[in-house]
Design a protein around this ligand. Structure first.
Ligand code: IPE
Ligand code: IPE
Ligand code: MG
Length: 236
């Protein structure tokens, strides 16, 4: 089914949810406790996003490079994903949130691809917020796979944007946890994204922080290579 949100409405905000492990360490807790606390932050931002003018929210939950972590931590993250899908789908559907998961599915533990498909089907009519969660996601791999599908004759900027299955360019890209890097997230889509880095660790990130990031974004002068206002071009 086509959702009205397939055509872009509202801002596309994306968040690299980083800092769970350091949040836990600062409290003398195991890293898994940080990941569990991070799920609450996801619930908060998803609820707050539509009122802030965000139509699409893409969250980086697990990168393809995160498989390098100890099996115990990876297992814990996968269990959390399963619990999130099981526990949240109904609430998401009720709140008009359409959930989609981006990234590879063929390496996920048994049962998770099916749980993702169920959650996507149950929420596909959502027209208030397009919530995308990136799992086993690598932007470089996504670009390579899209290029292979398109073939040399089919390559163009528009075709690539479409083939990346997204709602298009990211307007605002937030990274929590203090690091200032993209870690292979939405490299194509973020070509002109406004970047917002915050020291806040992800489990501490709340609706007010999202509102502050959107206010920061609203004050930016986006020129896309041109001049602002455009009439300056004629005057020069
Ligand atoms: C982000 O928090 C969650 C994932 C990458 C899965 P981290 O686990 O990277 O937390 P830090 O960066 O070690 O604090
Ligand atoms: C990026 O965080 C991936 C996610 C937030 C899911 P990482 O913690 O894995 O990134 P690096 O290793 O600091 O670049
Ligand atoms: Mg990290």
């Amino acid at each position: 089914m086509q959702s009205p949100l397939d055509r872009r409405s509202g801002l596309h905000a994306a968040i690299i949810m980083d800092g769970n492990g350091r949040w836990a360490r600062a409290r003398g807790l195991p890293r898994g406790a940080g990941h569990r606390a991070g799920v609450k932050a996801i619930q908060q931002v998803a609820e707050a996003a539509p009122a802030l003018g965000i139509g699409t929210l893409t969250l980086y939950a697990f990168s393809s490079d995160n498989w390098r972590r100890p099996a115990e931590e990876v297992g814990g993250l996968m269990r959390l994903l399963r619990a999130y899908l099981r526990g949240e789908t109904e609430r998401l559907a009720r709140s008009g949130t359409r959930l989609t998961v981006i990234g590879r599915r063929d390496r996920l533990p048994a049962g998770i691809p099916e749980a993702i498909a169920r959650a996507e089907a149950a929420t596909e009519a959502g027209d208030r917020l397009n919530l995308r969660i990136a799992v086993d996601y690598s932007s470089r791999d996504a670009i390579l796979a899209a290029a292979a599908r398109l073939g040399p004759e089919g390559l163009s900027r528009d075709a690539m944007s479409e083939a990346l299955c997204g709602p298009g360019d990211v307007d605002l890209l937030i990274r929590t946890g203090g690091e200032k890097r993209l870690s292979d997230f939405l490299l194509w889509e973020a070509a002109y994204a406004e970047l917002h880095f915050t020291e806040r660790m992800w489990p501490d990130f709340e609706a007010a922080d999202l509102a502050a990031a959107v206010a920061d974004f609203a004050a930016r002068d986006r020129r896309f290579g041109g001049l602002n206002p455009p009439l300056l071009t004629a005057a020069a």
